[in-house]
Design a protein around this ligand. Structure first.
Ligand code: SAH
Length: 256
C-alpha cells in the first residue's frame, strides 16, 4: 500500500542499508531487550532482528503503519511486540524489565523533549543509540564555553555519557530532511543520580539570555542569587555557557 509521509510525525525513512547496518552494530544487542521508537515501515526493525535480540518492543504512533508492523509481529511472534501509541504517553518502567536498550531513528520534532523525559528511566536504560538532527547532537554533546552548550547539554551530561558516532546526509532518507543528521550513543551513568527538581527551572532561567551574566538572568526570580553564588564559589558575572554542569547542580540546591 502506498504510504503518504506525515511531516507532522517527523517521517523521514532511512533507505540506505549500509547505514541501517552500521546503526545496529554500534552496540551488542544479541539476547537483549530492545525498544525501538518509531519503527515506521520497519527498515531498522529488520536489521535489529537480524542481530537476534531477546525481545523487541516497537512503539509507533502512526495508525497507517499498523498493518505492516502487525505482520512483523506475527512473523516474529516470540520476539516482537508492537504497541500502537505515542511514546510520550508511555512509561518504560511499566514493562517491568530491569535492563533495556533503546534504538531509534527519532522523529526530529520530539527528539529533545523525549530524551529529557527518558532521564527518569535511566536506571533501567543500558544505552540509547539514536539518530537525531545534527544540531540536537551538537547540543547534547557540547562542552562548557562552546556555542552549543545549553540547558540540554547540562541536563543530559549530568546523567549520561554522550558520544557522536557518525553523520548522515539527507539523501539517505525518503523524503529528504532539510538538515543533516547524526547518530549518537547515550550511556547513562550506572550510579543512579538524583534528579534535582529545581535544576531544570534554574537551567531554563539561566539560559534565557546567553549574553547576560548569570547573575542578571537569575536575579528576577531569585533575589538572593548573587549572594548564594558567591557562597558556593561561582562568579556571578560569568555567562551561563561558562558554568560547568555541576555548578548548576550547586545553584539548584542553594536557590530553593
Ligand atoms: N525507523 C524508521 C522511521 C523513522 S521516522 C526508519 O528509520 O526508516 C520517525 C518515525 O517515528 C515515524 O514512523 C513516525 O510515524 C514515528 N513517530 C513520530 N512521532 C511519534 C511518537 N510520538 N511516538 C511514536 N512514534 C512516533
Amino acid at each position: 500500500m502506498q504510504h503518504f509521509f506525515k511531516k507532522s510525525l517527523g517521517q523521514h525513512f532511512l533507505v540506505n542499508k549500509s547505514i541501517l547496518k552500521k546503526i545496529v552494530s554500534i552496540k551488542d544487542i544479541r539476547d537483549k531487550i530492545i525498544f525501538e521508537i518509531g519503527p515506521g515501515q520497519g527498515a531498522l526493525t529488520k536489521e535489529i532482528l537480524q542481530n537476534k535480540p531477546k525481545k523487541l518492543i516497537l512503539i509507533e504512533k502512526d495508525r497507517n503503519l499498523r498493518s505492516g508492523l502487525l505482520k512483523l509481529q506475527e512473523k516474529f511472534k516470540d520476539t516482537v511486540s508492537y504497541i500502537y501509541d505515542d511514546i510520550l504517553n508511555i512509561n518504560l518502567k511499566d514493562f517491568n524489565y530491569n535492563k533495556i536498550q533503546i534504538i531509534s531513528n527519532l522523529p526530529y520534532n520530539i527528539a529533545s523533549t523525549l530524551i529529557i523525559r527518558l532521564i527518569i528511566d535511566f536506571d533501567i536504560v543500558e544505552s540509547m543509540v539514536l539518530m537525531v538532527q545534527k544540531e540536537v547532537a551538537e547540543r547534547l554533546s557540547a562542552e562548557v564555553s562552546t556555542p552549543y552548550y545549553s540547558r540540554l547539554s547540562v541536563l543530559i551530561q549530568l546523567h549520561a555519557v554522550v558520544e557522536k558516532v557518525f553523520e548522515v546526509e539527507p539523501h539517505n532518507f525518503t523524503p529528504k530532511p532539510k538538515v543533516k543528521s547524526t547518530v549518537i550513543k547515550i550511556t547513562p551513568y550506572r550510579k543512579k543520580k538524583k534528579i534535582y527538581d529545581e535544576l531544570d527551572r534554574i537551567l531554563k532561567i539561566s539560559f534565557r539570555q546567553r549574553r547576560k551574566t548569570i547573575k542578571n538572568n537569575l536575579k528576577t526570580f531569585y533575589i538572593d542569587a548573587e549572594k548564594k553564588m558567591l557562597e558556593c564559589g561561582i562568579d556571578p558575572n560569568s555567562r551561563p555557557q561558562d558554568l560547568e554542569p555541576n555548578d548548576f547542580v550547586k545553584l539548584s540546591r542553594l536557590l530553593i
